[in-house]
Design a protein around this ligand. Structure first.
Ligand code: SF4
Ligand code: SF4
Length: 382
């Protein structure tokens, strides 16, 4: 259910009160507590360039405003805020800095996407062992990380393993990043029952043929559509992930994409700029300054997140990445099938294994490294 009324004001007030309560339990001095509260609020506001939260998605008794932020109220949301409080210098809540982990559970996949970031490394199509995957989840859980995103390859290719891992995450908020291939209604119900929060389905065009061409499969669009409807039916949150290529990025295409997502009942749209990694390495795929400006204008316009319409919530993480920092090693890491930790899904430069080295040291190292694949360090357009 999409909350799009004046109740939003009330929910925002309750969330802020919850945050203040958590801060006061670390900083009993009200003046100090209020300063920390303002720091956290302004961090969020400056990150989103003051873009207001215009709506929430209500699902399972929680209110969701993004796919990488745990729903409120929940212990995971509180953990998220405690991690931010810890980041600002008080260790009473521990010093964990990570808010989410991408965990690659398989490299198996039947698609051949134009932008695949693991195309250069998935030749052996191998899988790590189940025992090793269980140990990774335990370590992530013990570190107090509130959120996890299962990725691949196609995580559904090893469905039994995926279900076991979702169950292991317990109270963590968990998402599956999938092409939607073979995500039947039965499978959607099984993963929902195992405790999954939502599914992020790749959808790279509103046009069936264009999407199929991009994904290298005649069935891609039809499975993406079926998967979205099946997940909605099963009561999961549904997001679509769009790789906004040079060819795609026009206002008309963006509008048609939002319209289709709305018709299919999608809750969130995540727009990602193409990165020079995997199949796109050394290719001229970066958006022009004009196209990035178009994405920014679209993000700040009223095309999505409308209170009076059932439009999805739009997320454009590359804007924040470009202007602040992408958050590698600070707010997220990418763990591959062998347990090796990398900065993100586009950057396979890691050497440390999560089961052998403590997470804090790995993160410190990653956060200081430069990235060569990404456009996030090219600076703001403003
Ligand atoms: S991008 Fe994902 S779905 Fe596409 S080929 Fe790569 S692993 Fe498969
Ligand atoms: S800068 Fe590096 S870690 Fe950050 S998003 Fe880009 S490739 Fe990934």
């Amino acid at each position: 259910m999409i909350i799009n009324s004046v109740l939003i004001f009330l929910i925002k007030g309750c969330i802020r009160f919850n945050m203040l309560f958590l801060i006061l339990s670390v900083y009993p001095n009200p003046r100090k507590a209020f300063t920390v509260f303002q720091q956290i609020i302004s961090l969020r506001q400056s990150g989103a360039r003051n873009r207001k939260v215009k709506k929430f998605i209500r699902q399972g008794g929680k209110f969701h405003q993004a796919i990488n932020l745990p729903g409120w109220p929940s212990s995971q949301f509180n953990r998220f805020i405690k991690n931010e409080i810890g980041r600002l210098g008080n260790s009473a809540y521990g010093t964990n800095r990570l808010q989410t982990v991408f965990f690659e559970t398989t490299r198996l996949c039947r698609f051949n996407c134009k932008h695949c970031s693991i195309a250069h490394i998935n030749a052996d199509k191998s899988n790590g062992t189940m025992v090793m995957h269980e140990d990774v989840i335990t370590k992530i859980k013990d570190a107090g990380i509130p959120h996890i995103q299962f990725t691949g390859g196609e995580p559904l290719e090893d469905f039994d393993n995926l279900v076991k891992l979702i169950k292991l995450t317990g109270k963590m908020e968990s998402w599956v990043l999938s092409s939607g291939y073979e995500l039947s209604e039965e499978r959607a119900r099984i993963i929902k029952k195992s405790g999954l929060t939502g599914v992020n389905i790749s959808l790279d065009h509103w046009d069936e043929q264009e999407h199929n061409k991009f994904r290298g499969s005649k069935e891609a669009y039809s499975w993406a559509r079926k998967a979205i409807l099946n997940c909605k039916q099963a009561g999961l949150l549904v997001s679509v992930s769009l790789c906004a290529t040079k060819e795609f990025t026009t206002k008309e295409n963006l509008r048609k994409f939002v319209k289709l997502s709305q018709e299919w009942g999608v809750h969130f749209i995540r727009v990602l700029e193409p990165k020079q990694a995997g199949n796109f390495a050394n290719r001229n795929i970066r958006l022009s300054a004009k196209q990035r400006l178009l994405l920014e204008e679209f993000y700040f316009s009223d095309e999505c997140d409308k209170r009076d319409k059932l439009t999805p919530i739009l997320m454009y993480p590359d804007l924040l990445n470009r202007e602040k920092c992408c958050g590698k090693g600070e707010r997220y890491i990418y763990v591959d099938i062998d347990g090796v930790v990398h900065p993100c899904p586009f950057c396979f430069t890691g050497t440390s294994n999560i089961l052998e080295v403590d997470i804090e040291s790995i993160c410190t190292k990653l956060s200081k490294e430069d990235c060569i694949n990404c456009n996030v360090y090219e600076g703001s357009l403003n």
